[in-house]
Design a protein around this ligand. Sequence first.
Ligand code: BDR
Ligand code: CA
Length: 312
Amino acid sequence: ARKIIIDTDPGQDDAVAILLALASPQELDVLGIVAVAGNVGLAQNAKNALKIVELAGRPEVPVFAGCARPLTRKLITAEHVHGQTGLDGPDLPEPTIALEDQHGVDFIIDTIRAEPEGTVTLCALGPLTNIAMALIKAPDIAPRIAEIVLMGGAYFEVGNITPAAEFNIYVDPEAAKTVMASGAPITIMPLDVTHQMLGTPERIAAFTSAGNASGAAVAAMLGFSERFDLKKYGWPGAPLHDPCVIAWLLAPEIFEGRLCNVEIECASELTRGMTVADYWHVTDRPRNATFIRSGNSDAFYALLAEKIASLP
Ligand code: BDR
Ligand code: CA
């Protein structure tokens, strides 16, 4: 199985992504989960991650807390999207397991150094603060990383937190810039593809048909996202972002994109956090990321429903 570390700010869509990974033990070996400040504050995100590993019946998966704020900026959160807990919707019990003592950034560094070169994939579902900090603290890890797969940015769909920027990149653009310059292989799941993965009522209902607790929780989480997003976009369902990162590892044939140069805007206030993707190769800047542009939403939801049904 492919070894992964999930860096996350759960978040209903982060939670579904974590469940998808934990439901795929043949394909993915989740070495650890690291919380970052983003959708809500660090402590709440970390607590939410603990709730999810317990829901999945995988309390042995270690959960760490990483950075409590972006590299240089003041933290911006998204309670208006995810609710006060960051995970409003399902009624999950308080966690009975505890966070690891080690700092999440050190866990990332130590794991990449300890595992054979090119075997650890980083899955980034929130602002890129922890991953940038790891790269800054330990530059030797960059060539050892198998791949960084991240949800963030946008090309044709442009922004969801400002007209120019997607939330994860907007919150910590300097971290995103550090990651983009790392030299590690990068795959980006931008809004262009996540906005195609609409959680219609029929697709949400499919998660409850197996009768398991995880499926009911996923339906409640996606149902909560609908409340906000349906009004915002006027689409037949809400977009589903972070699970695209895990689906890429399980079934890359679902997605289409291309290797191109992606740079992050950090100087402008107006376009802070914009992902400037040279999709048409109009510059000779280095092709540092595979930028995904579209995906098969039926195949994506079928994979998700099948995997979630296998959980407790
Ligand atoms: C991203 O922002 C967060 O609110 C979601 O969890 C996702 O990672 C979408 O822009
Ligand atoms: Ca997220």
